[in-house]
Design a protein around this ligand. Structure first.
Ligand SMILES: Cc1cc2nc3c(=O)[nH]c(=O)nc-3n(C[C@H](O)[C@H](O)[C@H](O)COP(=O)(O)OP(=O)(O)OC[C@H]3O[C@@H](n4cnc5c(N)ncnc54)[C@H](O)[C@@H]3O)c2cc1C
Length: 285
């Protein structure tokens, strides 16, 4: 779906409760924003996204700049009745290929510059939430890159905390440029540590082999290192696969899965079966 096709008719006001930098100073900035939506009727599920409307007028002439962000928490009822949502936002800059000039990403800078008490306008929620299979013995394979960890943070909490546990295998593969940029899973803050003692949960990290050269995280390598289990899961009719993050994740996954499947055709066939069965969900941006 293209950004211009999203319905912006029903905007909601939200108040920033807190904004915390969750990566160290020497890394790219990623912030966690906790927002209270001023409307009790705003309902969402783990894995959905919200739109953020940045008022203009902007450099490219548009009045309102609209971007999507994944909700990183699971729905939790608040005493006020107002929903709380957590966003995990990376401050992005772009270098213009032509002029070589650096431009600030409008929405990401806007969000990263907000502080407690500021009010923002959101829309949504949008997107197919990550569907939790009815069968608790189903296997869940989650693969995330960069801020693509946000919906999995909500998802894993939801299955272990709200649903009380999971009997099938839950595997999370997560890639970032450096260990410190692994938001929610670095030395300072590991939200997934709460689940490491669960028998069914395992998480695997993939870092860039040469972060200073801006090489991407070796997610493909991490998957192929665990190829036996990963391929067994992907081949099983009892497995659901969830993928989230930047576009580049597609290429990495294709590389790893083509190797595991033995050929591009075999992988495309298997992936098509998973997609057709509603067992492959992507949140790619
Ligand atoms: C479903 C979904 C979920 C997402 N979840 C998250 C999330 O959880 N966390 C997260 O951090 N991101 C997430 N994103 C990405 C997010 O929506 C934005 O795309 C990202 O933050 C960049 O937006 P921006 O407004 O800061 O950049 P923009 O201002 O939109 O800039 C982006 C593009 O515009 C060009 N550009 C920018 N400024 C100029 C200029 N002045 N002149 C010429 N060209 C320019 C750049 O080349 C670049 O290609 C998600 C996206 C989707 C689709």
């Amino acid at each position: 779906m293209r950004l211009q096709d999203y319905d912006l008719e029903r905007p909601y006001q939200a108040t920033v409760k807190s904004s915390t930098r969750i990566t160290p100073e020497e890394c790219d900035e990623v912030r966690e924003l906790v927002l209270e939506v001023d409307h009790p009727d705003f309902h969402f599920e783990a894995g959905q996204s919200v739109g953020v409307l940045v008022p203009g007028r902007h450099a490219l002439g548009h009045e309102v700049h609209f971007r999507l962000y994944s909700i990183a928490n699971e729905p939790t009822p608040m005493p006020s009745g107002n929903p709380i949502i957590t966003l995990c936002v990376k401050r992005v800059d772009y270098i213009d290929d032509y002029s070589g000039e650096r431009y600030k990403g409008i929405a990401s800078h806007y969000l990263c510059d907000r502080r407690a008490g500021d009010r923002i306008t959101i829309t949504g929620p949008y997107g197919l939430p990550f569907e939790v299979p009815d069968d608790r013995e189903a296997n869940l394979l989650m693969i995330g890159l960069g801020t693509g960890i946000a919906p999995f943070r909500a998802f894993v909490k939801h299955i272990y905390r709200n649903l009380g546990g999971w009997e099938g295998k839950v595997r999370l593969f997560y890639g970032a440029k450096t260990g410190l940029e692994m938001v929610y899973m670095n030395d300072e803050r590991d939200d997934f540590a709460n689940y490491y003692d669960r028998e069914t949960f395992r998480a695997f990290k993939a870092l860039s082999p040469r972060p200073h050269w801006d090489e991407p995280a070796a997610l493909d390598r991490a998957l192929t290192e665990h190829r036996r289990e990963v391929w067994e899961m992907v081949s099983s009719p009892e497995t659901w696969v969830y993928v989230a993050g930047l576009q580049s994740i597609r290429e990495m996954l294709d590389k790893a899965f083509v190797q595991m499947a033995g050929s591009a055709e075999q992988w495309q066939r298997r992936k098509a079966e998973l997609v057709a069965g509603g067992r492959w969900t992507e949140l790619i941006y």
